[in-house]
Design a protein around this ligand. Structure first.
Ligand SMILES: [Zn+2]
Length: 374
């Protein structure tokens, strides 16, 4: 098993592409903000990227067709080339809506995310942790777009592990929203177990506590305001016991930044230190791990989280204060969804959040008890 101890470097890798620097999602979309590129630029400022980065291939149509329908693949490619979406494509595939807009380059971008997650799985097979922050599009459906996701790259990370002959793969989803697309994809596959922690009452509305999909899925829908101590309770008392029982040969973790305090699309109140600790606890349960990004709509908390997460996965100690070059990157960001008076000065100075502590509510204890019941 790969040793993860802060301060001791390991052989973790990060899969990257310059495509994420291009503008995407048009205007007035929660994802039309700098995301992956800022996180990795900050990591590079800290000296954490050189020698550990691997290029993201672009998935070809043969690979895409292992999960997505030929009609959807063709519709997205053709709409991107033409710059318009027909009414028929909009209604059948959910493309060209406020939620899933058509924008120039969407096909290549989505196919690069799939190629990156499939490559991350291949690289992880050696017994490594591989980080692919541009992954995590967990709502993508076989036949269309959903929840800002065009394809479903986490499905391909799992497929890449199964292709190598593994038959016990765990998928753990720490994004603020239910990992519905991945749960559905493997609902009939006995080799894959899924666990999702998400805020109840949010998009897509699925992932109820009693949704177990023949016993291989677990869902932890949490009330608003989840704090660090509550996440730690769920990880220690529910997720880790399940993973211990399962003894997965590999894990795929979706690490959306939207559970962080200050994110405009959830009411969770976590610090990045809690999400990082949760991710490390999950990764430690398997000898191979693919760690993906996901949602996240506050560009400051997102960039700091994914930079800090990569540092923790790769074993670099985090600085108390960011270097000047990184602070300038954070100062240059803007976001219509986060009011100026709500912007914590620490988001512009530090990498690791202050703890966000609070009591563990009875509802949280009840969820943990229900989930660990076989
Ligand atoms: Zn999300």
């Amino acid at each position: 098993m790969t040793e993860i101890t802060a301060g001791f470097q390991n052989d973790a890798l990060v899969v990257m592409s310059e495509i994420y620097r291009r503008a995407a999602y048009g205007r007035n979309h929660p994802l039309a903000i700098p995301r992956v590129e800022t996180a990795l630029d900050i990591a590079a400022d800290l000296g954490w990227i050189a020698g550990r980065n691997r290029p993201s291939p672009v998935a070809d149509e043969g690979l895409l067709a292992r999960f997505h329908t030929p009609a959807w693949i063709a519709a997205l490619r053709e709409a991107d080339a033409a710059g318009v979406v027909s009414a028929a494509v909009r209604s059948r595939h959910g493309l060209g809506t406020m939620e899933n807009p058509l924008f120039r380059g969407v096909f290549e971008r989505a196919a690069t995310s799939v190629g990156g997650s499939f490559e991350a799985a291949r690289l992880a097979l050696d017994g490594r942790i591989v980080f692919h922050p541009a992954g995590g599009t967990h709502h993508g459906r076989p036949d269309g777009a959903s929840g800002f996701c065009y394809f479903n790259d986490p499905v391909f990370a799992v497929l890449g592990l199964l292709d190598a002959g593994l038959d016990r793969v765990a998928y753990v989803d720490l994004d603020a929203h239910h990992g519905d697309g991945v749960e559905n994809a493997f609902a009939a596959d006995p080799r894959v177990h899924t666990v999702s922690i998400h805020e109840a009452g949010r998009f897509p509305g699925t992932g109820a506590l009693d949704d177990r999909r023949e016993g291989r899925a677990r869902n932890l829908p949490v009330p608003r305001g989840l704090v660090d101590d509550e996440l730690a309770h769920l990880i220690d008392e529910a997720v880790v016991p399940i993973l211990k029982r399962l003894a997965p040969q590999a894990v795929v973790v979706t690490c959306g930044a939207d559970p962080l305090l200050g994110d405009p699309l959830s009411a969770m109140r976590l610090s990045n230190r809690a999400l990082i600790a949760a991710t490390l606890a999950v990764v430690a349960r398997a000898p191979r791990a693919v760690v993906l990004g996901g949602g996240g709509y506050n560009p400051w908390t997102l960039a700091r989280h994914w930079a800090a997460l990569w540092g923790a996965l790769a074993g670099f100690p985090a600085p108390d204060r960011l270097p000047e070059v990184s602070r300038r990157r954070l100062a240059a960001l803007d976001c219509d969804l986060v009011e100026e008076e709500d912007r914590d000065p620490a988001w512009f100075e530090t990498l690791i959040d202050r703890p966000s502590n609070g009591p563990v509510r009875d509802e949280i204890r009840a969820i943990a008890a229900a989930i660990r019941t076989p």
